[in-house]
Design a protein around this ligand. Structure first.
Ligand code: FES
Length: 117
């Protein structure tokens, strides 16, 4: 059985190279980021004070994991696990953040699905 997904209607070449590309889904508004490991998606706003996470920059760690840095307080969020990498208490970031996996569908458009699917 196929994992549930949402077809963004976007092709990979339509993604902005410098910041997240906003995509509205029935569940929330997400931003898709170009990373060295392929596109990844996170909510448009940071789980901490709703800062403009989509304006943040993607950084690859020494372990090869991608994170996004929020421009307001510079907290980093893991784009795969949704964990906040800078808050000592994690402040429920994983529950609020819910990053998504991005795959390319049969039409060449980008599909969003949960990392757990
Ligand atoms: S609002 Fe983004 S880290 Fe605080």
């Amino acid at each position: 059985m196929d994992a549930p997904h949402f077809d963004t209607g976007l092709h990979p070449e339509q993604l902005r190279p410098d910041r997240g590309t906003p995509v509205e889904t029935p569940r929330d508004i997400f931003a898709i980021y170009q990373t060295k490991n392929g596109p990844e998606a996170a909510p448009l706003s940071a789980p901490h004070m709703d800062g403009p996470l989509f304006e943040g920059s993607v950084i690859e760690s020494a372990e090869g994991k991608d994170s996004i840095t929020c421009p307001w307080h510079h907290w980093r969020f893991d784009l795969t696990t949704s964990a906040c990498l800078d808050s000592p208490k994690n402040e429920d970031c994983e529950a609020k953040n819910q990053c998504l996996r991005v795959n390319t569908g049969p039409n060449g458009t980008l599909l969003l699905s949960p990392h757990s699917a």
